[in-house]
Design a protein around this ligand. Structure first.
Ligand code: FPP
Length: 256
């Protein structure tokens, strides 16, 4: 089972950097519309920001960056936008994978892969295999992902284990559910960021965000530059994470 406190409560003088940052990159469409450009131009500008952010995270020592690139609900968008988004995603992956590998970045994908053609899943598998042994930043790309889907597939796998007698119903606990979730081997996100002004989680990592610090900004994703990211990190560093304890208990732990 994952420890409840993934981020050890460090001394109050230390700058607290999140180990894992999870981001909903919202606002590409509005960014484009404000410039009288097609929505797709916003997504393209969004990819440039992804590149910039990956570099910043890798340099600053953040361990995991999870990006919500395409939700299981995004299929409801106009067919042409879905198709352009998918193209952009896979073309960017193909274009960037060597560079990511050279920079010691480990790439992982989460989400339901059944919706993708085999040429796409082949790309995904190849990218994961190529970078599997890298020891720098882990970049997790969520595609056709939904938090409810994630919990459902874990519960389904548990139900199978119970039905075959491999697991007793009494043994079903938090750790068993967690061990079957997409990010089971990574720390839970310490910091969740959503750009673009909406204040909701939109079926992202529902289970894993239980104790994350939530940060919402009106900045549209293509404008979310290094300075904006630093502001989010500073905000996180100033927060007191209590994990159900009292503020006094946390202070005592910090000073121990
Ligand atoms: C939300 O903006 C954005 C998306 C649904 C797509 C985000 C995807 C990328 C930036 C590409 C990611 C690429 C890689 C390589 C990880 P929106 O269209 O909902 O904007 P709006 O709310 O202003 O309409």
């Amino acid at each position: 089972m994952k420890p409840v406190i993934q981020d050890p409560i460090k001394s109050s003088t230390e700058y607290r950097l999140p180990r894992h940052v999870a981001i909903i990159m919202d606002g590409n469409g509005r960014w484009a519309q404000r410039r009288h450009l097609p929505r797709f131009a916003g997504h393209r500008a969004g990819v440039a920001k992804v590149r910039e952010l990956v570099e910043t995270c890798a340099e600053s020592g953040i361990e995991v960056l999870t990006l919500f690139a395409f939700s299981s609900e995004n299929w409801r968008r106009p067919v042409q936008e879905v198709s352009l988004l998918m193209d952009l995603l896979w073309t960017s992956l193909k274009k960037e994978i060597r560079k990511l590998h050279k920079n010691n970045i480990r790439v992982r994908f989460i989400g339901d892969r059944h919706a993708f053609a085999s040429r796409i899943t082949d790309h995904i598998d190849a990218a994961e295999a190529l970078t599997a042994e890298n020891t720098g930043l882990t970049l997790v790309v969520a595609v056709n992902y939904g938090g409810r889907w994630d919990i459902l597939q874990s519960v389904r796998s548990l139900a199978c284990a119970v039905s075959t007698g491999e697991l007793d119903p009494e043994q079903v606990d938090v750790a068993e559910i967690e061990s079957r979730l997409s990010l089971h081997d990574l720390p839970d996100p310490d910091l969740f960021i959503r750009t673009g002004g909406e204040r909701r989680i939109s079926n992202f990592l529902l289970w894993q965000l239980a104790y994350s610090e939530l940060y919402f900004t009106d900045t549209l994703w293509p404008d979310f530059d290094q300075k904006a990211f630093r502001t989010a990190l500073d905000d996180f560093a100033g927060r007191q994470r209590r994990f159900g304890m009292t503020g006094d208990q946390v202070e005592t732990l910090r000073n121990a």
